[in-house]
Design a protein around this ligand. Structure first.
Ligand SMILES: *[C@@H]1O[C@H](CO)[C@@H](O)[C@H](O)[C@H]1NC(C)=O
Ligand SMILES: *[C@@H]1O[C@H](CO)[C@@H](O)[C@H](O)[C@H]1NC(C)=O
Ligand SMILES: *[C@@H]1O[C@H](CO)[C@@H](O)[C@H](O)[C@H]1NC(C)=O
Ligand SMILES: *[C@@H]1O[C@H](CO)[C@@H](O)[C@H](O)[C@H]1NC(C)=O
Ligand SMILES: *[C@@H]1O[C@H](CO)[C@@H](O)[C@H](O)[C@H]1NC(C)=O
Ligand SMILES: *[C@@H]1O[C@H](CO)[C@@H](O)[C@H](O)[C@H]1NC(C)=O
Ligand SMILES: *[C@@H]1O[C@H](CO)[C@@H](O)[C@H](O)[C@H]1NC(C)=O
Ligand SMILES: *[C@@H]1O[C@H](CO)[C@@H](O)[C@H](O)[C@H]1NC(C)=O
Ligand SMILES: *[C@@H]1O[C@H](CO)[C@@H](O)[C@H](O)[C@H]1NC(C)=O
Ligand SMILES: *[C@@H]1O[C@H](CO)[C@@H](O)[C@H](O)[C@H]1NC(C)=O
Ligand SMILES: *[C@@H]1O[C@H](CO)[C@@H](O)[C@H](O)[C@H]1NC(C)=O
Length: 388
């Protein structure tokens, strides 16, 4: 180990300084280090040993000994300081910048937009603040951008649709405000789009329906208004849809029944009205259907029993009326059924109760408890119509 290190050191001593790019890169890293608090400097000095930066921990170079990866995320380092003195212009070949889960703060430098080869940018779980530099939209090679869990404010750059290679965008847990830009319609490779827990407002752009590759769409915990666009029906690969805790209104579009891959549909805590579209019974992969705390009216779809994969159904606190359809007894995977605070009438179909209790897989005494629990969860206007 020591001898191979010495060999590399020996080689680098004689050959590396001939490359201007390389010494510029090492200099830029050392200049950044010098700007950081002493404890962080000490930490980096223990990782960055020797003169050839390509041998430093967290640094990877290409065949020409130019820096491609700067990855100081996986070591639980808790690096403190800002990126103000990190001159990105010195790293023309940077592909991967991974600084997740440190204690870095301050703004994201504008000249990050000059890293034209960048594929992977993860600055999540730090204390970065200020707004997202619009120059970030110049990064045509970017496949993943994560700025999640920081203190970033201001709008999502209007031109975010220019990130033509991007497949994962994580901006959750920040203070982003303003609209979701309609330019997102151009992100044909987008797979995961996670904007939850921000302060975004305006309506969901209809261009969302153009994101044919989308697998996860999470815009929950914002201040979005307007109705759910019917174009959502185009997202045939969507598996996770989280729109809960916004101010969405209007009715649930019947096009939702076209999302054949959907496993999670969470629309609770909005201002949705109208009826539950009967097309919803076509979502045979649905695992959880949560529509609680809205203003939905009309009956539970008669063929709800077609949702063979359904595990949790929550319709609590709406204005749903009519009786509980007998087909609900066919939901053999159901473990949670929450129907309280509605205007339901009639009897609870007997198979449902047997099902719920048998799925709890627990002792007789807990079953008795769960039986009461099930009763409590039902609307109090219902009559308990069966005994086990
Ligand atoms: C940090 O280190 C520098 C020299 O490396 C020293 O001058 C300074 O006093 C140190 N600051 C603290 C707070 O220890
Ligand atoms: C951050 O790193 C610490 C260990 O240093 C770990 O316990 C924690 O789970 C990590 N957090 C995230 C969000 O990765
Ligand atoms: C460097 O980053 C690229 C792109 O993300 C990745 O494919 C490669 O595995 C990384 N190499 C190392 C050593 O981390
Ligand atoms: C961010 O800063 C706050 C104080 O402003 C601190 O409590 C928190 O731990 C910091 N988070 C990280 C990830 O450094
Ligand atoms: C950085 O990018 C800007 C465009 O945003 C360009 O005008 C400038 O010349 C670039 N600087 C360098 C050193 O490449
Ligand atoms: C969004 O919020 C901003 C203030 O943060 C406000 O100026 C703007 O009018 C709001 N837009 C909509 C569509 O509500
Ligand atoms: C789905 O996309 C096609 C073409 O991209 C468009 O013509 C159609 O209107 C979209 N469907 C919906 C429901 O928006
Ligand atoms: C809920 O939607 C109705 C129209 O359906 C509207 O009159 C009402 O103001 C909305 N309430 C909230 C809190 O957005
Ligand atoms: C369910 O899908 C089938 C075929 O895709 C369609 O013919 C039928 O109308 C749909 N059912 C509902 C209730 O929308
Ligand atoms: C019922 O839902 C409305 C929103 O539609 C909410 O404001 C209210 O607090 C909810 N009631 C309960 C008891 O949770
Ligand atoms: C329940 O499923 C069985 C078999 O799949 C079917 O024959 C029956 O009609 C269904 N019952 C209801 C009430 O939908």
């Amino acid at each position: 180990m020591a001898s191979s290190f010495n060999l590399i050191f020996f080689l680098s001593f004689f050959f590396i300084p001939s490359s201007h790019v390389v010494s510029m890169e090492a200099e830029a890293l050392l200049k950044w280090k010098a700007s950081l608090p002493n404890t962080t400097q000490t930490l980096l000095s223990s990782l960055w040993v020797g003169s050839n930066h390509c041998n430093w921990i967290g640094v990877t170079c290409d065949g020409t000994e130019s820096l491609t990866n700067l990855s100081l995320a996986e070591y639980g380092l808790r690096l403190r300081g800002t990126l103000d003195s990190l001159n990105f212009l010195s790293f023309p070949n940077l592909i991967r910048l991974h600084l997740r889960n440190n204690s870095l703060y301050g703004p994201i430098p504008k000249h990050i937009g000059n890293l034209s080869k960048l594929i992977f940018l993860d600055l999540s779980f730090n204390n970065f603040s200020g707004s997202i530099p619009s120059k970030i939209c110049l990064l045509k090679s970017l496949e993943l951008i994560s700025l999640a869990s920081n203190e970033i404010s201001g709008p999502i750059p209007r031109d975010i649709g220019s990130l033509s290679s991007v497949s994962n965008i994580y901006l959750y847990d920040n203070y982003l405000s303003g609209p979701i830009p309609s330019s997102i319609g151009r992100l044909h490779n987008l797979f995961r789009f996670d904007l939850h827990s921000n302060q975004l407002n305006g309506s969901i752009p209809k261009q969302v329906g153009m994101l044919r590759s989308l697998y996860l769409l999470d815009i929950s915990g914002n201040s979005l208004t307007g109705s759910i666009p019917t174009s959502i029906g185009n997202l045939s690969n969507l598996v996770y849809l989280y729109f809960y805790d916004n101010y969405l209104s209007g009715s649930i579009p019947s096009e939702i029944g076209l999302l054949k891959s959907l496993s999670t549909l969470q629309l609770l805590g909005n201002n949705l009205s109208g009826v539950i579209p009967s097309s919803i019974v076509n979502l045979t992969n649905l695992f959880s259907l949560l529509l609680a705390d809205n203003a939905i009216s009309g009956p539970i779809p008669r063929d709800i029993g077609m949702l063979k994969s359904l595990n949790v159904l929550s319709l609590t606190n709406n204005s749903i009326s009519g009786s509980i359809p007998a087909s609900i007894g066919n939901l053999t995977k159901l473990t949670g059924l929450f129907l309280a605070e509605n205007s339901l009438s009639g009897h609870i179909p007997q198979p449902t109760i047997i099902l719920l209790i048998s799925n709890y897989q627990t002792t007789i005494s807990l079953v008795r408890y769960q039986r009461i629990y099930v009763l409590v969860e039902y609307s109090l206007t219902l009559r308990w119509s069966t005994t086990i």
